[in-house]
Design a protein around this ligand. Structure first.
Ligand code: E4P
Length: 215
């Protein structure tokens, strides 16, 4: 499973990149607002650090506006993926941009038929939001399983990018059901490599060795 980081914070992106296992980045308008920086400028900075796909979301919600912003964002770097909402206008823009050779990520996916239609329109990625479904008492992972089954039934090539991940168990479940990609907040990426028995085991190995041989 590929691992993306879900942030617009350059320091977090650099730290995750330095771990050597980062495949891409997702951003969104809320994440950029948190950084208080120009969106295009930050995207260019991110693309200097990461070679893999960097999702750049449009702000416009109408077809024409999305097409203009999508084309502008795509010019920032070769690895930009234009992120569009799972709406009718987003679907139209997805089809058009995909036909032009621009990769797209269809975001805010909350039901399997949205995923089926965006795959038909040529989306490169679809982003089902697991955490936000869990937040309202639905099972986010059930959506991922449904999309996986539909895509496998018909051989759709759109990659399933699990989004709105809240904790390491979400990542485990995504890997078990065969998600193509998970986009994970930095805090959770750090948690993925942690276990208290690793820390205590390591401390004991070092202490035993020093006791026997000094140093
Ligand atoms: C995905 O690309 C989104 O940026 C993100 O995963 C949204 O997550 P949230 O529900 O934590 O805001």
């Amino acid at each position: 499973m590929e691992l993306y980081i879900d942030t617009a914070n350059l320091d977090e992106i650099k730290q995750a990149h330095d771990m050597g296992v980062l495949d891409g980045v997702t951003t969104n308008p809320s994440l950029i607002a948190k950084e208080g920086i120009d969106y295009a400028k930050r995207l260019a900075e991110i693309c200097e650090v990461v070679d893999g796909p960097v999702s750049a979301e449009v702000i416009a919600t109408d077809y024409k506006g999305m097409m203009k912003e999508g084309r502008d964002r795509a010019k920032i770097a070769d690895n930009i993926v234009v992120k569009l909402p799972c709406t009718v206008d987003g679907l139209r823009a997805c089809k058009e941009l995909s036909d032009e050779g621009t990769r797209t990520n269809l975001t805010l996916c909350f039901q399997p038929l949205q995923a089926m239609l965006v795959a038909k329109a040529g989306a490169f990625l679809v982003s089902p939001f697991i955490g936000r479904l869990d937040d309202i008492g639905e099972e986010g992972m059930a959506l991922i399983r449904q999309i996986r089954a539909i895509y496998d039934n018909y051989g759709f090539e759109t990659m399933i990018l699990a989004a709105s991940i809240r904790h390491p168990m979400h990542v485990v479940e995504c890997a078990l059901v065969g998600c193509d990609v998970a986009t994970v907040p930095f805090k959770v990426i750090q948690q993925m490599m942690n276990h208290p028995l690793t820390d205590s085991g390591l401390a004991k190995f070092v202490a035993d060795y020093k006791k026997a041989f000094g140093g």
